[in-house]
Design a protein around this ligand. Structure first.
Ligand code: ZN
Length: 78
């Protein structure tokens, strides 16, 4: 079953997972998690990009962290 954006009136496929921790007033955006967690929210890319946090909270977008490439452009050339 496809996972959709959690925002009302949005029917885009989920592309990111939002999670938060009250103790540290932090909100995280990650690539869509494999497992749905009741404390997390799935968001489409558009709504993930528009995420804003309350005053005093910090937003950590971890989607830009690119994993080390296992297969570079030259992998097949050598
Ligand atoms: Zn959305």
């Amino acid at each position: 079953m496809a996972r959709l954006c959690a925002r009302p009136d949005c029917h885009e496929p989920a592309a990111a997972t939002l999670s938060y921790e009250y103790a540290t007033s932090t909100v995280w955006l990650d690539h869509l998690s494999d497992e749905r967690h009741p404390m997390n929210h799935d968001l489409c890319g558009r709504h993930a990009d528009r995420t804003s946090v309350p005053r005093g909270w910090q937003l950590r977008d971890r989607r830009d962290v690119v994993p080390l490439p296992l297969f570079g452009d030259n992998a097949l050339a050598s």
